[in-house]
Design a protein around this ligand. Structure first.
Ligand code: COA
Length: 255
């Protein structure tokens, strides 16, 4: 099914989303996405703003020496966005998704190759996780999307960006329920989120990490055009052992 013409989040007008996207990375050749729910930016307002925002602990502290967070576009966007691809709708999680999140993410196979998903995974964890998204978005430090099938409105996974505003970069993370693996959903969702990160959030760089024993995730990152940047031997502890991490990254085309 052909994707509808993308709408500019800033002007609300129909645009071809190719201006930033003429690099050699495969994601730039993906089907166009539609971005909804972004608040139009008033004329003359800079894409990057400086303001004080409450700041929860982050992997990398976004505060500069003066204690001010340099906010990229995410925080300035208002309502959490919805992205549409050919087969998927990436939308904000709702409280009603919690039982399905528990069922899908509660699979030991999901916990096994992710850092922060516990096992067993109960309903309260899913509710608390979903309940944290709006605050994280409001603080400009994360945007999470429910990965749903466009035809069935069925939840199949999750994808998101953890943003370090001071550096205009973000880490991409995702999981797809085991019954939906190997259908290209992670790749399709990741392409849309990376494009959103560069075009709308105004990021300079997006990176990702995966356990070395999880080649499927590496394949997703390769397919969206990320460069392999190295390996960190035994960098993190998981259960009883240490895990090697594979590092990937991508600069905004023409940055
Ligand atoms: C990693 C994950 C998100 C991939 O989701 P997905 O929707 O199946 O991904 P896609 O279908 O878009 O692509 C998967 C690719 O990996 C390949 N793949 C699958 N298993 C593989 C393996 N054992 N070795 C090498 N490649 C493998 C597939 O063939 C496919 O590549 P191809 O299109 O070139 O054939 C999913 O397996 C998952 O959720 N795993 C558990 C959570 C997790 O690991 N999240 C990532 C943390 S970094």
């Amino acid at each position: 099914m052909a994707a509808p013409a993308p709408m500019s989040p800033r002007t609300g007008t129909s645009v071809r989303k190719t201006s930033l996207l003429e690099g050699r990375n495969p994601w730039t050749r993906a089907a166009p996405i539609t971005i909804r729910a972004a608040t139009p930016r008033p004329a003359g307002r800079p894409r990057t703003s400086t303001r004080r925002v409450p700041c929860a602990p982050l992997p990398e502290d976004p505060r500069d020496d003066d204690g001010i967070v340099r906010v990229v576009g995410l925080h300035a966007m208002g309502r959490r966005p919805t992205l549409e691809t050919e087969r998927l709708v990436l939308r904000p999680f709702h409280a009603a998704d919690a039982p399905e999140v528990m069922r899908l993410a509660g699979d030991a196979a999901i916990a096994s190759t992710t850092m922060n998903i516990p096992h067993p995974y109960d309903l309260g964890m899913a509710e608390a996780w979903i309940g944290s998204h709006q605050e994280g978005f409001d603080e400009g430090r994360l945007v999470n999307f429910a990965v749903t099938l466009r035809e069935e409105d069925r939840l199949v996974g999750a994808i998101g960006l953890v943003v370090a505003p001071a550096h205009a970069h973000a880490e991409l993370g995702y999981w797809i329920g085991r019954e939906h693996w190997n259908r290209g959903y992670a790749t399709e969702a990741a392409q849309a989120v990376v494009r959103h990160g560069f075009e709308t959030v105004d990021l300079h760089r997006i990176h990702a990490r995966h356990f070395a024993r999880n080649p499927a995730s590496g394949r997703v990152l390769q397919k969206i055009g990320m460069r392999h940047e190295g390996r960190q031997p035994q960098h993190v502890r998981k259960q009883d052992g240490f895990e090697d991490l594979e590092l990937y990254g991508l600069l905004r085309p023409h940055a």
